[in-house]
Write a protein that binds this ligand. Structure first.
Ligand SMILES: Cc1cc2nc3c(=O)[nH]c(=O)nc-3n(C[C@H](O)[C@H](O)[C@H](O)COP(=O)(O)O)c2cc1C
Length: 411
């Protein structure tokens, strides 16, 4: 009883998915959702969302590194689950968990961006729209006004005309945080995408295998009929009036690319007056640079293992970056989060919140519209349990948890 009351209080206004208990019986963990997604999705859709660089070694390393972090509990301090509400960049959120930006999550589940945004708004946790996503900035602002963060890739042509227009629109629509992705200086190959006919640089053409696998997945097919063909909703208008999907792909490949230089980051800092986050840093010296430019947050990330599999697991870089940054900026973490316990690990090592990408796609694949909310509920419940077990009274106190972290990097 004690625990239930504490849990309700800890949610601080956030609404839990009404079908939580029903879904929990089938999918008690995020990994169960992954298995469900693999069964339920068209093969190409699962492969697109689940695959990483090369042979997925980077993804496996991210998971193994998180698994190896142990929280050493202190007992006798707290008889109930702790509240997990947090303040990030001056706003209150129900928990230090959130949705990482994704381009084309609609390939995994039609309508994905809006479903993710709706679940995040309902739970009051951050949602980040990818500039290469399938819903417009204005649509997301309407769905998720209190939790809307915006990601941007580099569009350098015409002196950043597109990038600047995107942030103008994001500002006008009420996005609270702008996130600049720095960790895609080159395009790399994801073998599982290429094998199913996605990625690899060509134009998109649905082959017979794709059509056959769609036909075998009625839930997905209905979602597709309801939402229409995938589109790069934010990029399409810049590709020209009436631009088709393939015109937009060709346009995006030409206009979008390269990582922001620090000079460019400084220019965005000048233009964007609200909180600014740089995404993808792994070296404390880069974090120092970001802080020197007045950046508000650093997302320690290796793009979820999707760029190059030799990058270190970000969790191993969190302590050094948190130490370098101190309280001058907020450290966020992603890459490999499969549970609220993983988020507790990141908090214990110095991060202020943990975001997830693939976990949300697995939720969509396994449960459709209810999936993102179920992922958020699992993350929050598991986070509370992990903090409560370790004896932390709040997310901020997680930093006092003693940790064994064999992979920690020392620079
Ligand atoms: C399908 C997919 C698309 C992604 N697209 C983007 C993107 O457009 N921009 C970006 O900054 N990160 C992108 N990411 C990376 C995520 O923001 C995040 O860093 C990563 O998913 C975290 O790792 P996890 O999937 O293990 O949680 C993408 C990830 C996935 C799975």
């Amino acid at each position: 009883m004690h625990d239930i009351t504490a849990m309700a209080a800890a949610k601080q206004g956030a609404a839990r998915n009404p079908n939580f208990l029903k879904h929990q019986r089938r999918f008690p963990t995020i990994y169960d959702l992954r298995r469900g997604a693999e069964r339920r999705l068209p093969h190409f859709a699962f492969e697109y969302g689940d695959g990483g660089a090369g042979d997925d070694t980077g993804i496996r390393h991210n998971w193994a590194a998180l698994d190896s972090v142990e929280l050493i509990p202190r007992y006798g301090v707290m008889p109930k689950l702790p509240p997990v509400g947090v303040e990030l960049f001056g706003r209150h959120y129900a928990a230090p968990v959130g949705v990482a930006p994704m381009g084309s999550p609609i390939v995994v589940w039609p309508g994905a961006d809006k479903l993710l945004a709706r679940a995040a708004q309902r739970a009051r946790v951050p949602y980040t729209l990818g500039v290469a996503g399938g819903a417009t900035i204005e649509e997301i602002a309407e769905i998720a006004p209190d939790v809307f963060w915006m990601q941007l890739y580099r569009f350098a042509g015409n002196d950043h005309a597109i990038g600047y227009d995107v942030i103008r629109r994001a500002e006008a629509a009420g996005a609270h945080v702008l996130m600049l992705t720095l960790d895609v200086p080159v395009r790399t190959v994801r073998s599982r995408e290429v094998k199913v006919g996605l990625g690899g640089g060509g134009r998109f053409r649905a082959d017979w295998k794709m059509v056959a696998s769609m036909a075998k997945c009625p839930g997905w097919a209905v979602a597709m009929l309801r939402n229409g063909q995938p589109r790069f909703a934010n990029i399409q208008p810049y590709a020209g009036k009436g631009a088709s999907l393939n015109d937009t792909i060709v346009f995006a490949r030409r206009e979008m690319g390269g990582a922001f230089s620090w000079d460019e980051v400084a220019r965005y800092r000048d233009r964007w007056k609200k909180p600014l986050v740089v995404k993808g840093l792994l070296h404390p010296a880069d974090a120092e640079k970001a802080v020197a430019l007045g950046i508000d947050g650093i997302l320690v990330s290796n793009h979820g293992g999707r760029q190059v599999e030799a990058l270190p697991p970000p969790i191993d870089c969190v302590p050094a970056i948190a130490k370098a940054v101190g309280n001058r900026a907020t450290v966020l973490f992603d890459s490999g989060v499969r549970s609220g316990t993983d988020v507790a690990r990141a908090l214990a090592l110095g991060a202020s919140a943990g975001l997830a990408g693939k976990a949300f796609l697995w939720g969509l694949g396994a449960l459709g519209a209810d999936g993102p909310g179920h992922v958020i509920d699992l993350l929050i419940d598991e986070l509370q349990s992990a903090l409560g077990q370790a004896g932390a009274l709040s997310p901020a106190e997680a930093r006092n948890i003693a940790v064994r972290h064999p992979g920690a990097l020392h620079f």
